[in-house]
Design a binder for this molecule. Structure first.
Ligand code: MOS
Length: 749
């Protein structure tokens, strides 16, 4: 894409900031969890169960213990007692009910590849080798891993978060003159980022521990370690500056991390544990398998009368995982009668975990497919159908939006993709053997702002250091912070240094829920605002150049801030360098720490996105080739255009994977996945990715935060998969409601 050309921006953003840590990442100097250099290191490897349900009858660890270099084999029979395991549920864990898996706690097996032993040895090769020697005998029980076969066990979650929702009349769609009723299927999708689950744990005595680990939030990991090991928080250091992708899998502390900390404690040496790629498919969550039913009715002229949306997803046999699958239906369209229900089915699998657009992405596949289906029956253009049902206010909470520019997204995106060339009648456009289709899908996600504290330190040469414990799985947190500070302080970006990703720094949020730009960006904005107040006060003191120029009581708005110092707006020849200012006031540096959080607002705050897809289908082979994706986002002010565009591109790529490829296939006879590797679990590669154009409305939201930004990590993905499914229908006349849309579903013989 061409950012300069495609952005509808003011000129500042025609010269967008490069990723500030890009060089470190591509040259290998950015340090990831497993790469930290720690001396005296030992290596751990987890052995997993070979059954999906039952009890361990006996274990043979003798040959592993005797193998070269092996220091210990930890199992439920000899594991140190984890104090937090005795007291029940850890409140810092995301699922709403049940008990997180307590590793090596007892002989119970809940899922295939559940860790049953931690082997520890002096080298990685030796530990891998010895791990193969651990054997277990089981009392096997009948497992359940098939969602469809267990639908009768579907139950409402016991936590308070997912109650049935109703506005207006229940099942009002039944009375509508035009209606559809369909079922949509979403398979298990795994996160599998490039970086494997990795941790190095190092104890100092028995009360103090440091971990380098793959997490999206060092504070939350510290909390989980505190709860498990009952340590003082100040005695736990968690470091995770760089993360090699996560998509949500780093939003909780996993049993393997607890195992590594336990192992390091037992051996009395720092221990490194890196999951094998296969374990990434079984032990660190995934987007749950979900069956959705949507019934939708409208008047003949395309006004929605009623929507009923039910979702049933799997959870594990020991915890209740829930996500916002049906919520998007509650607010997306101005429909008087809406009912949603969310149910879960416990299965013998690891607990799912939030994955980019958690719930919304799955829900939008059903909702936006159904909208397309109804538009087709009504013979109305899908954009027009959405415009006729545009929610001008939030129909769920009956209050205004803080901002909503979805109509602009439709317009900008439609123009860019060439929507006018689309034919209402499917299977009309052809090019040689190929059938051409256009589709669209809407996305949305709550625009949240949480709490962050920033410590700022300004040096006399204008260098600014900003510190916060927040970290970065790829969106570009440091770049965003640099952009905000650079604008606020008038400093060139090279003057700004960001330190993050450690519990030693002031507390920041987890990187999840598309909150970080809003939360941490605001904190940077606020700390800079206060810094400017202090600078203005110091600069207008008696004896200063400003004072001599008869500028008393100057405010930040009276000043021009630059890398050199400050000048008077009215007369910019009157200036003070930071060097002079600090010298006059006997200061070495100017340092302050500030906590920043939003206030309750009488508005509904959401980001919105619109994804357009043009693709072609080859009916003889079923092959789908995506020609063009246009993603347009209403995410308020765009703070860092390049990293924001990267986010959007990444979301579109993820959506292509979701729509066309990703599918964890479980062999239900054994309750184990059969494509648990990156050769058989398909994700898009460069050759699958077309030209992706990213457009931003880039209009400030007046209420979300001082910059007026809204998140875009999730809306980059939410709505992409249905846009593709809808384009496939437009091309072929075939409605595929079961993801992924593989060639076998389209092949015409
Ligand atoms: Mo995202 S699923 O909040 O990492």
């Amino acid at each position: 894409m061409n950012i300069e050309k495609d952005f509808f921006f003011d000129k500042k953003q025609n010269n967008p900031l490069n990723r500030v840590d890009g060089r470190a990442k591509v040259t290998g100097t950015a340090t990831y969890a497993a790469e930290h250099q720690v001396s005296n290191l030992v290596y751990g490897f987890l052995v997993g169960s070979t059954i999906a349900k039952g009890r361990i009858k006996s274990m043979d660890t003798k040959s592993a213990e005797r193998a070269d270099g092996v220091l210990a084999v930890i199992t439920h029979l000899n594991a140190p007692k984890i104090p937090g395991y005795q007291t029940g549920k850890d409140p810092s864990k995301p699922p709403t009910a049940g008990q997180p898996l307590r590793i090596f706690y007892d002989n119970q097996i809940y899922y295939y590849d559940q860790p049953i032993a931690l082997v520890i040895a002096d080298t990685y090769e030796r530990v891998l080798d010895a791990a193969k020697l651990v054997k277990a005998q089981y009392d096997k029980e009948a497992h359940q891993t098939d969602l469809e076969a267990n639908l009768s066990k579907a139950k409402a979650p016991s936590g308070p978060r997912k109650e049935d929702y109703k506005r207006g009349e229940l099942d009002a769609y039944k009375k509508a003159p035009v209606k559809i009723k369909q079922e949509y299927y979403h398979p298990v999708e795994v996160h599998n980022p490039m970086e494997l689950g990795s941790i190095i744990a190092q104890w100092e005595g028995s009360e103090k521990v440091t971990v380098y680990t793959k997490t999206q939030g060092v504070e939350s990991t510290r909390n989980s370690i505190k709860d498990a090991f009952k340590l003082k928080p100040e005695n736990i250091t968690v470091q995770a500056e760089h993360i090699g992708g996560a998509f949500g899998m780093g939003l909780r502390t996993w049993p393997y991390e607890i195992a590594a900390i336990m192992g390091a404690q037992k051996i009395g040496k720092p221990l490194k544990l890196v999951l094998h790629r296969e374990q990434m498919f079984t032990n660190v969550g995934y987007r749950p398998e979900t069956i959705q039913k949507i019934s939708m009715g409208a008047t003949a002229d395309g006004k929605l009368i009623g929507i009923t949306h039910e979702a049933t997803a799997n959870t594990s046999a020991y915890e209740e995982f829930t996500e916002a699958t049906v919520n998007i239906t509650q607010f997306m369209y101005a429909c008087p009668n809406v009912a949603t229900r969310y149910r879960i089915v416990p299965l013998n699998v690891c607990t799912p975990i939030w994955m980019r657009g958690p719930g919304e992405a799955t829900g939008a596949f059903a909702l936006e497919s159904a909208m397309d289906e109804l538009a087709h029956v009504l013979k109305i253009d899908p954009i027009e159908f959405r415009l006729r049902n545009h929610a001008d206010v939030d129909p769920e909470h009956n209050r205004p939006w803080s901002s909503k520019h979805l109509k602009e997204c439709y317009q900008m995106g439609a123009e860019k993709i060439g929507w006018k060339d689309r034919k209402l009648e499917p299977r009309t456009l052809k090019e040689g053997d190929w059938l051409i289709g256009y589709g669209m899908g809407t996305g949305s996600f709550g625009a949240m702002r949480w709490v962050a504290t920033i410590k700022a330190n300004l040096q006399s040469d204008g260098r600014l250091l900003l510190q916060c414990s927040v970290n970065d799985m790829g969106p570009g947190t440091a770049t965003m912070m640099t952009a905000v500070a650079s604008e606020a302080m008038g400093l060139t970006p090279d003057k700004i240094t960001i330190q993050m990703g450690s519990t030693k720094l002031p507390p920041g949020p987890m990187q999840g829920g598309s909150n970080v730009t809003s939360t941490v960006g605001s904190a940077v904005h606020d700390v800079c605002a206060e810094l400017k107040q202090q600078i203005a006060a110091l600069a207008s003191k008696e004896g200063s150049a400003f004072h001599k120029a008869k500028a008393v009581n100057v405010k930040p708005e009276d000043l021009i801030f630059s890398s050199d110092g400050v000048a008077l707006k009215k007369k910019d020849s009157v200036k003070i360098t930071y060097n002079e200012l600090f010298r006059q006031n006997n200061l070495k540096t100017l340092e302050l720490t500030k906590e920043s959080k939003g206030q309750e607002q009488p508005y509904s705050m959401y980001s919105f996105s619109m994804h357009f897809v043009k693709l072609r289908v080859h009916p003889a082979t079923g092959r789908i080739k995506i020609d063009h994706v246009v993603s347009c986002a209403d995410a308020g002010t765009i703070i860092s255009p390049k990293t924001a565009a990267s986010q959007m591109i990444g979301g579109a790529v993820g959506g292509i994977g979701m729509a066309l490829m990703e599918d964890l296939v479980v062999d239900h006879r054994f309750g184990r996945p059969i494509n648990n590797n990156l050769a058989d679990y398909h994700v898009p590669v460069n050759a699958d990715i077309p030209n992706i154009d990213v457009l931003f409305v880039n209009k400030k939201d007046p209420f979300t935060n001082p910059m007026g930004s809204k998140g875009l990590g999730e809306i980059a993905l939410v709505g992409v998969a249905p846009a593709i499914a809808n384009a496939v229908f437009n091309a072929t006349g075939k409605r595929i409601r079961t993801l992924p849309i593989t060639p076998d579903k389209l092949m015409e013989v």
